[in-house]
Ligand binder design. Structure first.
Ligand code: 6PG
Length: 473
């Protein structure tokens, strides 16, 4: 008998996704370019092997599937996806579908979808979050592409996904690249959330002199409150782990240079292209970049030693840090939702922000106890496009923003860098000031470029009486 679905790419994520599909009772055919890998995978599959059809050729894979065919690709994003698509095409028929489950750039997904459509093939861009564990036991799944094609595989995708209460954390969110875009923004928020937690860790370690283990215990307490989330929980966990070699905290032995594969950076790039500035996410991407310049930082530590303001800064209370993290996190989500909305308009996706947030409630890396409330707020419509103005969240911001302010101020006096927190506060204060300072920027632009400006009284006079005669420069 034939398999319902196929999968190409038995790396960590692909192998776990295949086992998840098999365990949910869907017969699946699998293929990996290195055939010995397929054999090893089958040897480890145990009882699930019954549901799995190993294939050593792409042709056999395609011949093993019921039609219309549905084939998941789980390979490294970029050129490898195109080469897998090319290798499959000769064995596919009109109406078949290819599903890219990797972390693709959504522009690539849009290009691939359009090109395959011309050949009568359907292409689904599917963002999958939750790491290895999620792939095996229930990830969050963000789907983009032709909605009718998704209906063909909906039962499988919902079955393998994480569940929030009984609701599957998987859905079709929009056409072409919508799923991969939502996954990209998910990752941008993930970057911001991780960076903010790390900034709090920095204050506790560098200003308070606390041990990693103590900080881990504090995070564990926070994980029982409003900050309850996967990322706070794993941070509590890793901070309390010991290095098997030195016996000290594991984190103390880890080089402070962070890697990145691209999704956070893409979030910032796409945002800027759309005229959005999710500065918490940009700061998190930037902080990873700065972290890589370790030698420069070490040199800077010598050149600029001792510039902290002595005295003056009050001690930061744990409760303030907790509230500040809450406020900064709400701001990061506010920026993420605003970006989703801007992209939805630009690409005609008609994204349901409430549904996006619902899909994030379980299985994914940014899952947290706040997401259900965020989903309700998004569903009700975000005032002026911002979560920080929504009922419930505005109250939380009023309660917590003082703590954010105290933390950023104290850190600044003591020379403790908080790029994401500072960006969050700058955004918040900008958004609660009806009259900003770009009147001067507009005047400057008009001075040197005759760009013109609008007047506050609406009168029809759009250039300043600048004259000439500068004294210098
Ligand atoms: C997830 C993760 C996962 C991965 C990303 C980000 O949602 O399961 O986001 O996709 O961690 O690739 O990785 P980098 O930090 O390496 O960019």
């Amino acid at each position: 008998s034939k398999a319902r679905i196929g999968l190409v790419g038995l790396g960590v994520m692909g192998a776990n996704l295949a086992l998840n599909i098999a365990e949910n009772g869907f017969p699946i055919a699998v293929y990996n370019r290195t055939t010995s890998h397929t054999d090893d995978f089958m040897a480890d599959a145990g009882a699930l092997a019954d549901q799995l059809t190993p294939c050593h050729e792409v042709e056999t894979l395609c011949a093993s599937l019921t039609t219309p065919r549905a084939i998941i690709i789980m390979v490294q994003a970029g050129a490898p996806v195109d080469s897998v698509i090319d290798s499959l095409k000769p064995y596919l028929e009109k109406g078949d579908m290819i599903i890219d489950a990797g972390n693709a750039n959504f522009h690539d997904t849009r290009r691939r979808e359009a090109a395959l459509k011309e050949e009568g093939l359907n292409f689904i861009g599917m963002g999958v979050s939750g790491g290895e564990e999620g792939a095996r036991h229930g990830p969050a799944i963000m789907v983009g592409g032709d909605p009718a094609s998704f209906e063909v595989i909906r039962d499988i995708i919902e079955a393998i996904s994480a569940k929030y209460q009984d609701s599957p954390c998987a859905d079709h969110l929009g056409t072409d690249g919508a799923g991969h875009f939502v996954k990209t923004v998910h990752n941008g928020i993930e970057y911001a959330d991780m960076q903010m937690i790390a900034e709090v860790y920095g204050i506790l370690r560098d200003m308070d002199g606390r041990s990693a283990g103590d900080i881990g215990k504090l995070f564990e307490e926070w994980n029982a409150g409003p900050l309850a989330s996967y990322l706070v929980e794993i941070s509590a966990h890793v901070l309390q782990a010991s290095d098997p070699i030195s016996g000290g905290p594991m984190v103390d032995m880890i080089v402070d240079k962070a890697g990145q594969k691209g999704t956070g950076r893409w979030t910032a790039i796409e945002a800027l292209t759309l005229g959005e500035s999710p500065m918490t996410i940009e700061a998190a991407v930037g902080a990873r970049g700065w972290s890589a310049a370790k030698e420069a930082r070490e040199a800077g530590e010598k050149i600029y030693a001792g510039l902290e303001v002595q005295g003056g800064a009050h001690a930061i209370l744990d409760a303030d840090l907790e509230q500040a993290l809450l406020a900064a996190k709400i701001i990061a989500y506010s920026q993420g939702f605003a970006l989703l909305d801007a992209a939805s308009k630009e690409y005609d996706w008609n994204l349901d922000l409430g549904r996006c947030a619902e899909v994030w409630r379980a299985g994914c890396i940014i899952r947290s106890s706040m997401l259900d409330e965020m989903a309700s707020a998004a569903r009700a419509g975000l005032p002026n496009g911002q979560l920080i103005f929504a009922d419930g969240f505005a109250e939380k911001m009023k309660d917590a923003s003082g703590a954010l302010r105290r933390v950023v101020a104290a850190a600044a006096l003591k020379g403790q860098p908080m790029p994401a927190f500072s960006a969050a506060l700058a955004f918040f204060d900008t958004m609660r000031k009806g009259r900003g300072t770009t009147d001067l920027v507009q005047a400057q632009r008009d001075f040197f470029g005759a760009h013109g400006f609008d007047r506050v009284d609406g009168k029809d006079h759009h250039h300043g009486p600048w004259g000439s005669g500068l004294k210098s420069f």
